[in-house]
Structure formats: C-alpha cells, structure tokens
Design a protein around this ligand. Structure first.
Ligand SMILES: [Zn+2]
Length: 270
C-alpha cells in the first residue's frame, strides 16, 4: 500500500535522523526480508557503513552508502520504518542501530517487503518509468507513454514501468479528479484529457505528500504519527459511500485484478 507520497514522506522524515550516521548493529529477525544474500553477509557488509543520502525512486527507498553499494528497500503492502519504537513487536523483520543512538525498525505485518544490497541501483530500479513529480514529466511525456498502450488507463497509471510510484489508491483518486473512467483505453484519451490527467496526477500526489501520506491500513510515519491524506480521498477506501459531488453511489470495477473505485456519473464510460 505505501505509494509515492508515503515513501516520499518516509524518506523526508528519516533523512534528518540518518544522514551521516553509521550502521553500528544490524539485526535481521526474518531472513526472507533480504533479497539474494545471506543474513551474515548482508549484516557484515552494512556494519560501519555511513548513510550519505536517502533518495526515493518510485516506491523504492534508496540509501546511498560510503561503500560502492546501495541499500534499497521496498515496503510493499504493509512495510514501515519506525524510529525508536516503544517496543519491538512480532511484526518487526529487522532492526538497525546507528551511531547517534537511533534505532530504526522495519515493521511489516504481511511480510512482503524486501531489502536489496547492490552495487548499482539500476539493477533494481532501472526499468521504472519516469517520476511523475519530476519537472521533465510533462503532459507530452505522459501523452507519449499513453499513446503506446491500448490498455485501461487505470492499468497504465499503476504500471511501474510506465510511470513510477502510483498505486491503486492514488490512481483511483487521480482518475476521479480528472473525470476519467478507469476502463477508458489509455491510447484513446484526447490531448485535453491528458493535460487534465497530468495536472491532477501532480496535484493529488503533491497534496498527499503535504499531508504526510495516507494512514489507511497499516501505514504510519517513521515517528509513529499518522498521515492525513486519506481525509481528502473522494473514492479510494470509500466503497459503499456516495460521490461527494453528485451523490451517486460509488462503484467498484476490477481492472487487471485490482479493485478500482469510481463514480459512474462523474466518470462515465467513454
Ligand atoms: Zn459523482
């Protein structure tokens, strides 16, 4: 569930704690957390490494280290990085101690999150599509991407190889704000619709970052505080409710196996 705004918030709030700090202890409670390396080797390589900078790419957190390696984390459905939690519960999959005395716990109820330690970040994030909040992501960039895909626009928005960072809930919010039906084909959108879609994509994502992400399901900020973006949601996580604009009951449709929520009146089929 953590999408671009939640991962960006995690990055923004972890950075002041961790930038310039060394790993002094790495404790792995669940070896399946680590991709393609033994726990022993993973810990050995991280100890005493300093975090130079934390970046985000799509839904990935990228920790630049003093060595030639990069630590990459994907939170998947329920992962969260918590700073100095009051206690380490059974959802903790790893704990990292730092030279300033800070402890960061990787908590993950559904245990789908994953950590990579690689020499080149492109091995993990190289195939991701452009960042939607990057200044180079223009309406014409979006138009070029969508023109090549005869698939529902909802499926295009959540395909990480086309655009990075948008998941199920923000895609539904973006399409509602754009008044576009989730089943409309990506390559059939007009230039005007693409301009609106681009504008709403930036607006919805930036607004959710300003609200520190959406605390639906299990997401919490590193401090343990909640995000507030869900209070602006118009369709996501609101199934069974009515449209805030026209009072029509919201509907659900399955797009590529993902439940998509929309207003049949405000977002009519093309
Ligand atoms: Zn409506």
């Amino acid at each position: 569930m953590p999408e671009l705004p939640e991962v960006e918030t995690t990055k923004n709030e972890l950075s002041p704690w961790l930038r310039g700090q060394n790993f002094t202890q790495v404790i792995i409670f669940d070896p399946k957390l680590i991709f393609n390396a033994s726990v022993k080797e993973f810990c050995r390589q991280l100890i005493m490494q300093r975090i130079e900078k934390i970046n985000r790419r799509g839904k990935y957190l990228i920790f630049n280290l003093t060595s030639e390696q990069v630590l990459i984390m994907h939170l998947r459905m329920t992962g969260a990085l918590l700073v100095n939690p009051k206690r380490i519960d059974s959802y903790a999959r790893a704990a990292f101690n730092f030279s300033n005395g800070i402890q960061v716990v990787f908590s993950d109820r559904r245990r789908l999150g994953i950590l990579y330690l690689v020499r080149n970040a492109d091995a993990v994030v190289g195939k991701l599509g452009p960042e939607p909040l990057d200044k180079n992501f223009t309406p014409s960039t979006l138009a070029k991407i969508l023109k090549r895909h005869h698939i529902p626009i909802k499926a295009a928005l959540i395909d990480q190889n086309l655009i990075a960072g948008i998941g199920n809930m923000y895609a539904d919010e973006i399409l509602f704000a754009s008044r576009i039906n989730p089943l409309q084909k990506a390559d059939a959108l007009s230039i005007q619709e693409i301009q609106i879609l681009h504008h709403c994509t930036c607006k919805i994502l930036q607004s959710a970052i300003n609200d520190k992400g959406a605390s639906v399901d299990t997401y919490t900020r590193p401090s343990g505080h909640l995000g507030a973006a869900q209070s602006n949601f118009k369709v996501a996580h609101r199934y069974g409710e009515i449209c805030t604009i026209c009072s029509t009951p919201l509907q659900r449709v399955s797009v590529r196996g993902r439940g998509s929520y929309f207003c049949p009146h405000c977002q009519p089929p093309a």
